[in-house]
Structure formats: C-alpha cells, structure tokens
Ligand binder design. Structure first.
Ligand code: NAP
Length: 250
C-alpha cells in the first residue's frame, strides 16, 4: 500500500521532514494552523486551518485516505497533539511525533521553572524590569497584568493590535538566531530578565546562551503534558518508520 502522509506542521522539523518525504518520492501533505502570515514554502502540497477538533481530523483522515500521520507541531501545541492521538487511534492510522528534546539547564544558567504561561505572568508580579518576552504573538495579552515592565518582543509577524503594555519594542524576525547577535541585542536593550518557553532545538536557543553569558535570569516555561505516544527526535527516524511500513505493505 502506498504511503499517503499527513504532517502536522508549523515547525522547522516539519519543513525538514517535508523535504525528505518529497525527495524520497513519497506522497504527503503539510498542515498549518494558519497562525503565521507567510508560512515557509514547502516542497509538499499544503493545507491551512484547523480541522475542527478530533471529529474534524477523523473526517479529514478518512476523506483524504491518509495512511500515516506525523505530529511535527511545536512542543507547546498540546491541543493539536492531543487531537492527533485521539483521531488516529479512532481511525486506526499510525501516528508518530517528531519533536525536539527539551533544553536542560547547565552551569551558569539561572532558571526559574514555571509550569505554564499563567505562572510566568504571576512570576512577573514584581518591580519593573527589562524583559525579553519570548512566548509568541498569541500569548502577549496574557502579560497585561504586569504593565510596569519594558518588554522586548521578537515575533514572526508584527502584532495585529498594539500589545496591552505601554513599554515595549517589537522586532519582526523569524530566526534562527545566533548567540552573538542575541548577546548584542540583550545588551542594547539592557535586558535583565528573559521569559522563554522550553521549546528545545537550536533555532531559539541563542537567547538562552546569551542570558547565560550575561548572567541574566530566565523564567523557563516547562512543556505541557501531551498524551503518550511514539516519539522520535530526527527526520531520519521518521523516514525509517515510513520505509518499514512501506516495505511491509501496511
Ligand atoms: P494548539 O493550541 O495545539 O492548537 C489549537 C488548534 O489549532 C487545534 O485544535 C487545531 O484546530 C489548530 N491547529 C494547530 N496546529 C495545527 C496544524 N498544524 N494544522 C491544522 N490545524 C492546527 O496549537 P498552537 O500552540 O496554537 O500552535 C499552532 C501552530 O503553530 C502549530 O502548527 C504549531 O506547530 C505552530 N507553533 C506553535 C508554537 C507555540 O509556541 N505554541 C510555536 C511555533 C509554532 P482544530 O481543533 O480546529 O483542528
């Protein structure tokens, strides 16, 4: 049976997997939520927008004869990942998650772990600081209760409405970033606190390295819990999983 893959995307890993799948001559589609105005061009066909919950995804899998799903969404896209687990189980479609290992604190890091965005907001209930806020565009307004800080925001797209706190500077940039550039950026803006999701991977790690070099503390938002399932950390492992099924004629 020929493989017809659905890649749940929106990440560098999904783009890399799409390239590998296309060059292997396999059939597949990359799915985006539609949060980013100009998603990276993909070598595979793409679709944009939510499926409509678990039931919508089940319908999509059936209607499009999807044989395999790779959840290559961001580690914080917990809703989509959970929906994928449930829909694939219900439709008996094999699913694997392609993700990045979380960052681990090392010597010189000064991290305070918080479990979610709400607790990161609570941790900022303190005297005014100059904060690099690396949580993405969707969560900016959550930080409205702490307008006393200056916020440095680096976003893929400019915010559609002005952030709900007066003191801020917006940089529109997609990365990946270098530690050297982030060091200069944090010095220029006299950053004395970083708030970051524990995204893992290399593209967003520069600010963590820069914070370490400058002795700047980090409020690290730990990953949400995602239902258990098969997880791999490399495109090669996904390709091996697909080839195994292709050779078995699954
Ligand atoms: P989420 O909270 O887990 O998902 C919310 C809803 O958005 C899902 O229930 C689904 O709608 C839709 N959705 C999410 N990812 C989708 C995809 N790849 N294709 C089609 N629909 C999708 O997700 P999120 O945290 O808002 O992230 C949205 C997208 O941005 C993801 O693709 C993720 O990889 C990417 N991203 C997220 C982050 C982050 O920090 N969260 C960072 C970088 C990139 P329905 O229920 O209607 O199907």
């Amino acid at each position: 049976m020929a493989i017809n893959l659905l890649i749940l995307g929106g990440t560098t890993e999904a783009t890399a997997l799409g390239a590998a799948v296309a060059s292997a001559g396999l059939s597949g589609t990359v799915s985006f939520a539609g949060r980013v105005e100009r998603p990276k061009r993909q070598p595979l066909p793409q679709r944009v927008g939510g499926f409509g919950g678990v039931e919508g995804l089940r319908t999509y899998l059936r209607d499009n004869d999807i044989t395999h799903v790779v959840d290559a969404t961001h580690p914080f896209a917990a809703q989509m990942s959970s929906n994928a687990v449930r829909a694939c189980a219900a439709e008996n479609v094999p699913l694997i998650a392609l993700t990045r290992a979380p960052w681990r604190a090392q010597a010189g890091d000064n991290w305070t772990h918080v479990p979610d965005i709400a607790d990161a907001v609570a941790a900022l209930d303190r005297t005014a600081a100059r904060v690099m806020l690396a949580v993405g565009r969707m969560h900016l307004d959550d930080f409205a209760p702490n307008p006393q800080h200056f916020y440095l925001l680096r976003l893929v797209d400019a915010p559609s409405t002005p952030p709900a706190f007066p003191e801020h500077h917006v940089l529109v940039s997609r990365g990946p970033f270098t530690a050297q550039d982030d060091l200069a950026l944090m010095r220029d803006h006299r950053i004395d606190l970083v708030v970051s999701k524990n995204s893992g991977g290399t593209g967003a790690y520069a600010k963590i390295e820069a914070a370490r070099a400058l002795g700047v503390p980090v409020i690290m938002i730990d990953r949400p819990t995602i239902p258990d399932g098969a997880t791999v950390y490399s495109v090669a492992d996904v390709m091996a999983w697909l080839r195994h099924d292709e050779n078995r004629g699954v």
